[in-house]
Design a protein around this ligand. Sequence first.
Ligand SMILES: [Zn+2]
Ligand SMILES: [Zn+2]
Length: 372
Amino acid sequence: MRLVFFLLFPLAAFAQSNHSHLRGRVMKFPAIPGYLTLTSDLHMHSVFSDGSVWPDIRVQEALMDGLDMISLTEHLEYQPHKDDIPHPDRNRAHQLALEEAKDHDLMIFRGSEITRKMPPGHCNAIFIQDANKLLINDSLEVFKEASRQGAFVFWNHPNWISLSHRPDGVATLTPFHQRLISEKLLHGIEVVNELTYSDEALQIALDNNLTIMGTSDIHGLVDWQFGLNKGGHRPLTMVFAKEKSEASVKEALFARRTVVFFNDMLIGRTEQLKPLVAQCIKADSARYIGKTQVLKLWLRNDSPCPMTLKNQSAFRFHNAGEVIRINAFETLELEVKTLNRLAGLSLDFEVLNAVYAPGKHPFCKWQVTPLP
Ligand SMILES: [Zn+2]
Ligand SMILES: [Zn+2]
């Protein structure tokens, strides 16, 4: 018995330290029914194109962020460091990243950034077999070659305010993009790139059945670019896959099962967004206060994304207004005036930090059964 006591004590101390007010760096989200929730960043650069770091740094950053998979997507047509770092083999950055990751549970997919003027602008091809074979001048032929290699292809930063792209910041489909989509050569679109978000890109994804993507497009250091010391995080794409394998992730990306995490926002289709939010927030320990009709309960956020919820129930709260915020990996005590002592009730919220279409937030319900 004494042994049990000494074992329990440090465990209890550990459980409490989990309730820290600082969000940890690792970004793990709960699984949803039927699928694993895997985290990816499929757009990044190293010195092998216009990035500032060696590929091993990309791997180490991804491991610190707890990502499940990355892709080093060097520009095929833009190679500003090639006089300093000659590399005739365009697969070299991928090979170096693989070597760095060999003892870790991080998947690295071979990818490239097809870098053209508008249209089509820049596109990433992921799961390619050989980057060298994508060095093709003709803009349509390069997409056909990516397709022959089995690539998943998405349109990068369609909202980029470069003067040669979209100085108005408004993502707009061109006839060339429509052709790529109709010929099944373009499968996804970035609604989030680096520090930017595009409602118009989200609408293009919904209207054209494209996969919703968000990436860091990191060139320097993740810590500096996304202000990790101030509670920031890199954008990532959650992929809902049947298992943790390249084939399964590829299937999920083509099937459009993604949610993007950006600046404490969740962006995705309702089919994935609602089950994800339902798994991130749990209601428990509901009990009436004394003999009153005020129910006290805990709302627990099991995710790295702070949740902002707007009350849509018939009941008002005793200790909060209509909008509540539950910080990452924290619990919030909520007192609900149910007017009668109920055996069960539904708490209905609009999830303001989640977006399934421009300006649209999902409505989610949590069933609560008060303890006697
Ligand atoms: Zn680009
Ligand atoms: Zn890029």
